[in-house]
Design a binder for this molecule. Structure first.
Ligand code: GLN
Length: 548
């Protein structure tokens, strides 16, 4: 395609108005998905207007899941959507916060880079934002850089970012455009869709000197042609550039709905790109087709302490959904509160599960419930998958109930424990800062031939992402292996244990790493596929035993 390679990349800014949580991340991801399907090279970046350096120190109540990039950045969960929709890896450069911008400006000020000038929001902070926006574009690796601006127009925090967008629009002209996402509420008593909040939010953007080129309207009801015309007229936007984004049963249908309304064509037209041809969507449509035909369920229990938060285990939910869909099953995901689980109710809470995942996490809250779940699953040979803290719990439960080390624990939960089967890594012992100091990002792992993990991946050397401080204590490796829990994955350089499994069980595997982060729609993670397959097999066996 002639509009590639070494040409000025096109910058698409995605802003939001009226309320938060409208799904700017999904719209950005869907647009990227369509442009990639047309052969363009695309990346998406998120600018978050909060002062934290990154979301790594935020708890899930504040910010849902913390996503981790291959280069070890603790990132906003929208980066997970970007990767799942585009199949392209993100890095530290794809997520920038106000904190990072200020930190960099203040460092420059201390170095004397501003040559005695007064350092101000405009131009110094806005210049730093612009420099960061253009960083990925300067690599010449992309035709389109989609930049999502977190927050809502009108927030005090967003102002410097929107001022930077205004300046960039001015400088880049046709090589840029603004997509503004708003909400169109339906007033049930009047049976009417209301366009006023959208008009106000566009006015707010215009006051800041930004004219949106495309409006995406989030709605729970079909937007009438009348409402669409009205919005176009009052907001200075071409009528065909007013696109609706109606609630859908699955986020993975959004790219298709956007394409039906020509969002990709409009973006190409407005940025002066070639609009001929159609996106190659066959692999994506194949996934959707499987999703639409997945009638029979597979029931997976996710044991964790944040079950009331829908985004706390986002990447795990999505990885499971992808694996179940490819297996032709409907994911019936049950969130099980680890604080409510005990040895005496484990059977009642878990007996309907075809497979159980023990969630990652930090701190001791709910930990005993995870041990109870693991004991029941291990003794009843339920397909079980432990991720990060979940894997560490597998090790502790095994130590307590099989090796007879009743006080075995992780030093995270009980520092003076006599049996530190999970212990702090040596290099972590001197660290006092909490932010960005864990073992983070992708590391290689060598898998033992013949293990369930190696069979799942179909190869012996894999690379997956980490986010933890504690590790399997190698002093206990022989005792575990002799008793039946094998250390089947280890880091080739440090020999840290990365994967454990009990080979005589149907599927009982724990990973110190987080395989969920690398699972995408077009490239689902093999361990999730293998786990869900084991759960389906187990379900079918149970059904056969009831109706032989
Ligand atoms: N809290 C554990 C550790 O730091 C596990 C972390 C996790 O589950 N991501 O090692």
């Amino acid at each position: 395609m002639d509009n590639k390679v070494n040409k000025q990349p096109k910058y698409i800014f995605v802003t939001g108005g009226v309320v938060s949580s409208l799904g700017k991340g999904i719209i950005s991801s869907s647009l990227a998905n369509l442009l990639i399907a047309r052969g363009f090279r695309v990346t998406i970046q998120k600018f978050d207007p909060y002062i934290n350096i990154d979301p790594g120190t935020l708890n899930p109540y504040e910010h849902g899941e913390c996503y981790v990039t291959v280069d070890g950045h603790e990132a906003d969960l929208d980066l997970g959507h970007y990767e799942r929709f585009t199949n392209i890896r993100t890095t530290r450069a794809n997520n920038v916060t106000t904190g990072r911008i200020y930190q960099s400006v203040i460092d420059k000020e201390r170095r004397g880079d501003y040559l005695g000038k007064t350092v101000q929001i405009v131009p110094h902070i806005t210049d730093e934002i612009k420099r960061n926006v253009k960083q990925l574009g300067n690599t010449c690796e992309f035709d389109f850089i989609i930049t999502e601006i977190g927050g809502v127009v009108g927030d005090i925090e967003s102002l410097p970012f929107l001022e930077a967008v205004r300046q960039l629009r001015w400088e880049l002209g046709r090589d840029s455009l603004v997509v503004h996402l708003t909400y169109v509420p339906f007033i049930a008593a009047a049976k009417e869709l209301k366009t006023k909040p959208t008009q106000h939010s566009v006015k707010k953007l215009q006051e800041l000197g930004i004219q949106p080129d495309i409006l995406v309207l989030r709605t729970e009801h079909e937007i009438t042609p009348d409402a669409r015309r009205k919005i176009a007229l009052f907001c200075n936007v071409a009528p065909d550039a007013v696109v609706q984004s109606i609630d859908l049963p699955s986020i993975y249908e959004v790219p298709v709905k956007m394409h039906e309304q020509h969002l990709d064509d409009i973006v190409l037209r407005l940025t002066g790109c070639d609009t001929s041809g159609e996106p190659h969507m066959a692999p994506w449509m194949n996934f959707l087709d499987k999703m639409h035909h997945a009638d029979k369920p597979v029931t997976i229990g996710l044991v964790g302490k944040y079950v009331e938060l829908q985004d706390a285990y986002k990447s795990i939910d999505e990885a499971l959904f992808q694996a179940a869909t490819y297996a032709g099953r409907r994911l019936d995901l049950r969130l099980i509160h680890s604080e409510k689980l005990t040895d005496s109710n484990a059977e009642e809470m878990l007996r309907e599960m075809d497979g159980v995942i023990i969630a990652p996490g930090f701190g001791h809250r709910g930990i005993e419930g995870k041990f109870a779940a693991l004991r029941w699953c291990r003794e009843h040979d339920i397909p079980t998958f432990g991720i990060c803290l979940g894997m560490q719990c597998m090790v502790i439960e095994f130590a307590r109930n099989v090796l007879g080390l009743s006080e075995a624990n992780s030093t995270e939960m009980n520092p003076p424990t006599p049996h530190k089967v999970i212990d702090l890594m040596e290099e972590q012992k001197s660290i006092s800062n909490m932010g960005g100091t864990m073992r983070l990002g992708a590391y290689d792992c060598r898998l033992r031939p013949g293990s369930k993990a190696a069979e799942a991946y179909g190869r012996e050397l894999v690379s997956e992402r980490h986010r933890h401080r504690f590790e399997f204590n190698d002093d206990y490796r022989t005792s575990f292996e002799e008793a039946g829990m094998q250390c089947v994955g280890e880091n080739p350089d440090t020999h840290l244990v990365e994967v454990v499994e009990i080979p005589c069980k149907r599927w009982f595997v724990g990973t110190q790493y987080h395989p969920e982060y690398s699972s995408t729609v077009l490239s689902p993670n093999p361990l999730f596929i293998s786990f869900v397959d084991a759960a389906i097999k187990f379900r079918d066996e149970k059904i056969k035993n009831i109706n032989p």
